[in-house]
Design a protein around this ligand. Structure first.
Ligand code: PLP
Ligand code: COI
Length: 337
């Protein structure tokens, strides 16, 4: 496989991890080569979207170790998603063991250090009971598959053009702050429309007042002020990004930058000098332009390359993830060799 020219797509790996919930408890997890799931046509996940997921990556470091970045936080976030979706939380220690097991079983699929690729790890849970009334399932399947990936956005670190969407991805007091498949279903129509109009992604506004910047369909958003302060959205309806939380800590502790997490009014973004998207899949992707609903630019920066602070954050994060810089305590989970 040519690991250096991967995009972000599904490539079937040899093994996946499966664990089933029945009679009020999780069974023994196991690895299987079977990439299919056989379900009743009336399974809760198919009729009422009872599903949630996670996303993390396994990297090969400069020392040739295979590591994951803060998977304990993915385990914890899955628990909060499960609670909101009335699904049985998957035990956090069992989650970490399962990640280790499935990554090691597929270790030949972890892209070598220096290729820019990584092994994307996708844990998810589905309600499997056949049901007809709207109610939660009683039986569940937890599964983790992996796929070698390259950059989420096809141009890698080239600045993106975003549009402010006329649609919402989440509702006030809804599920925007958990990783539920239904949030992504909500974003499909606006995503297709954005692509048809020549934009890379949508920026969503707060669904309550449609005044403040929330996030994009698959990443949180950061802005940089002209005096190098990082400003990022605070909202109950965005996903608490592990990448963002890590970047903000590194920015403050290692780069001496100031961070502000607060509501960001659309009307103020023209005053920012840099913008970036951050997430597991996106890593940190620079944004060169944002337009409003009438296609008028509301934020503009360099369209050829990432801004200076964005690039610093990107390098600091990657250096930690790839073992080139010492990681804060507990951030690197060694999976194996
Ligand atoms: N926001 C959304 C909607 C996402 O899907 C993701 C990706 O997981 C993120 C933000 C970034 O979160 P993380 O950094 O934990 O991957
Ligand atoms: C991730 O970054 O892991 C996600 O789940 C986002 C998705 C758009 C791929």
């Amino acid at each position: 496989m040519d690991f250096s020219s991967l995009g972000f797509g599904y490539i079937k790996a040899p093994y996946r991890y499966v664990c089933k919930y029945k009679d009020g408890q999780w069974g023994e997890g196991y690895l299987t080569e079977d990439d299919t799931i056989v379900l009743s046509e009336s399974a809760c996940v198919l009729q009422y979207a009872q599903t949630c997921f996670e996303g993390l990556k396994a990297y090969r470091t400069a020392n040739d170790d295979i590591v994951c970045f803060r998977p304990d936080l993915n385990a914890a976030r899955l628990v909060s998603s499960c609670k909101r979706m009335v699904m049985p939380p998957f035990p956090e220690d069992k989650f970490l063991e399962a990640v280790k097991t499935v990554v090691m079983a597929n270790k030949d699929m972890v892209p070598p250090y220096g290729t820019g690729g990584s092994l994307y790890v996708r844990p998810f849970m589905i309600g499997t009971d056949p049901i007809l009334p709207v109610k939660p399932s009683g039986e569940f399947e937890f599964r983790i598959f992996v796929s070698p990936v390259g950059p989420y956005f096809k141009n890698g670190i080239k600045p993106l053009t975003l549009r402010i969407a006329d649609y919402d991805r989440a509702a006030p007091h809804g599920t925007g702050n958990i990783k539920a498949g239904l949030n992504y279903a909500m974003s499909l129509y606006p995503t297709v429309e954005a692509h048809e109009e020549g934009y890379d992604e949508n920026v969503y506004l707060d669904p309550g007042s449609r005044t403040y910047i929330e996030e994009t369909g698959g990443a949180n958003i950061l802005f940089i002020t002209k005096d190098r302060k990082i400003v990022t959205s605070k909202s109950d309806s965005i996903l608490p990004s592990i990448t963002k939380r890590s970047i903000l800590q590194v920015a403050q502790e290692r780069l001496g930058l100031t961070v502000e997490e607060r509501k960001i009014n659309v009307s103020e973004i023209s005053s920012f000098v840099e913008c970036g998207l951050c997430g597991t899949a996106a890593v940190i992707c620079p944004v060169g332009k944002i337009v409003d609903q009438s296609h008028q630019p509301v934020f503009s920066a360099d369209m050829d390359k990432a801004g200076e602070v964005t690039m610093k954050l990107y390098n600091a994060l990657l250096d930690i993830q790839l073992g080139r810089a010492e990681a804060p305590e507990g951030w690197i989970f060694t999976v194996g060799k």
